[in-house]
Design a protein around this ligand. Structure first.
Ligand SMILES: Cc1cc2nc3c(=O)[nH]c(=O)nc-3n(C[C@H](O)[C@H](O)[C@H](O)COP(=O)(O)OP(=O)(O)OC[C@H]3O[C@@H](n4cnc5c(N)ncnc54)[C@H](O)[C@@H]3O)c2cc1C
Length: 435
């Protein structure tokens, strides 16, 4: 059996970008596997009127290889929509169109394999063994790239009710039968997904709910900061400055930057406000409640589900009766089960998160030329851009260069205006205090 140079586990946008950059490279034998029947980008959240929060130019390949046949612009030209795309002058492209672009790329790459769940990964004889659900013989590879995404975060207060009585995570939204007419619906979470679902319900896409309740622990429904200096955090230069910092400092910095990645798009906030205003003008009976600054404290069954929350604004306790609860509460990293056979060899912190090297490989006790790269796992090591698509292509090229052992892709990007680090560290010997 031939040994691959790289096996990609999971085919979301992040591993798809690596697959696109490896395409036609005779020096790399690669294969990627996903349990889904075909490529689809978060199908449970492909609601109408939802938009990408990232420029379409930050696609799978353009930042490092603008000549690639897999760019978003190549997709537009092949679909004969180039001029119409420009004419519509939309600030952001729809998630449906972006998904269509990703699917278009996925159909052209022969290295992708779908309907193949990875069950376990082992390491023997200086190679990784990748066991697929349906095969007994493993796929053998020198290196791996883990791209199986994150798992939904379920707040502790509602864990016992999750998947009972219509309490589900936003990522499953499109999989549910959704006629919410006469139902009391509570959406929990003040990020982009919570905002999109609240708007979706307000616009009556899923029937006429009796009540739509939007609860967030943030102090208000806060916008994503997309201004220019904030966007410098999503640049290669910033990662160079950020990566060497001590981990405690990194955690503090990332937590302070939250709204640069997890806030709500200004256009979505505006659409919500306009929708509320139009309802007022039309004299519609108010069926919505917007409740920021609330911490969920408990959930229990009593004529539907009852949520208990602490109102941090006036320090009181509130209760919301709901028939449907939609948890737009984000995602968290979890150690994939398929790593169980080699887990003891990986360098993990107390929260079971990987320690990553600068090249995105996990520190481990195996041979250093057998790498396990991890995507979407380095928010606290490489910075706030890690779970986003902004630097996806640049990170993919970093990994491809590392595999090839040379600068195959030119990753220099010197245009950054902020000095994050001290360019001339203090040298005490040069600054003697006069007596
Ligand atoms: C609704 C939504 C909208 C977003 N919008 C934006 C945006 O506008 N801009 C931005 O920068 N970021 C956005 N993000 C964040 C991020 O870019 C996406 O989550 C992105 O999809 C992450 O890509 P990924 O490849 O890491 O994982 P995923 O897209 O989650 O893909 C993981 C893949 O792994 C597969 N898999 C899992 N386990 C196995 C297994 N054992 N064997 C085989 N296959 C497996 C899954 O089937 C899946 O296809 C958004 C996230 C969400 C949830």
């Amino acid at each position: 059996m031939n040994t691959k140079d790289l096996v990609g586990v999971g085919i979301g946008p992040f591993n798809l970008s690596i697959a696109a950059l490896c395409h036609d490279n005779p020096q790399l034998e690669v294969a990627f596997y996903d349990k889904k029947p075909s490529f689809c980008w978060h199908p449970g959240m492909l609601l109408p009127n939802t938009y990408l929060q990232t420029s379409f130019l930050k696609d799978l390949v353009t930042a490092v290889n603008p000549q690639s046949p897999f760019s978003f612009l190549a997709y537009l030209v092949s679909k004969k929509r180039f001029y119409a795309f420009l004419n519509q002058e939309r600030p952001a492209i729809s998630r449906h169109e972006y998904n269509d672009y990703l699917q278009w790329v996925s159909r052209q790459l022969q290295t992708l394999n779908f309907n193949q769940r990875i069950e376990k990964i082992d390491f023997n004889n200086d190679t990784f063994e990748v066991y697929l659900e349906q095969n007994t013989a493993p796929v053998i590879s020198k290196n791996l790239c883990l791209g199986t995404g994150k798992r939904p975060h379920i707040p502790a207060a509602v864990k016992a009710q999750y998947h009972k009585e219509n309490c589900f995570h936003a990522i499953e939204m499109a999989n549910h039968k959704r006629d919410f007419t006469n139902k009391r619906v509570t959406v929990i979470g003040g990020g982009q997904s919570g905002a999109e679902i609240f708007l979706h319900l307000l616009q009556g896409h899923d029937g006429e709910p009796q009540e739509i309740n939007w609860v967030s622990r943030r102090s208000n429904f806060l916008p994503m900061d997309e201004t220019c200096f904030t966007n410098e955090w999503f640049s290669p230069k910033y990662i160079d400055s950020f990566f060497p910092l001590p981990s405690q400092a990194k955690t503090q910095i990332v937590d302070e930057q939250k709204l640069a990645s997890d806030g709500i798009s200004e256009s979505t906030l505006k659409s919500i406000y306009e929708c509320l205003y139009d309802k007022k003008v039309a004299g519609e009976q108010q069926n919505y409640r917007l409740r920021p600054n609330r911490d969920l404290t408990a959930a229990y069954l009593s004529n539907g589900l009852v949520l208990e929350a602490h109102n941090k604004f006036d320090n009181t306790t509130e209760h919301y009766h709901s028939d449907i609860i939609i948890l737009a509460t984000g995602f968290e990293n979890a150690l994939p089960e398929y790593l169980e056979p080699i887990k003891h060899r990986l360098d993990l912190n107390n929260e079971q998160q990987f320690h990553l090297n600068r090249d995105y490989s996990i520190r481990w006790d195996g041979p250093q030329n057998n790498k396990l790269y991890a995507l979407n796992a380095g928010r606290y090591s490489h910075g706030i851009s890690e779970p986003q698509m902004s630097l996806m292509c640049w990170r993919s090229a970093t990994i491809v260069n590392d595999l090839l052992g040379r600068e195959y892709y030119d990753l220099q990007d010197d245009c950054s205006f902020v000095e994050w680090r001290n360019p001339t560290p203090f040298d005490a010997t040069q600054h003697k205090l006069s007596a």
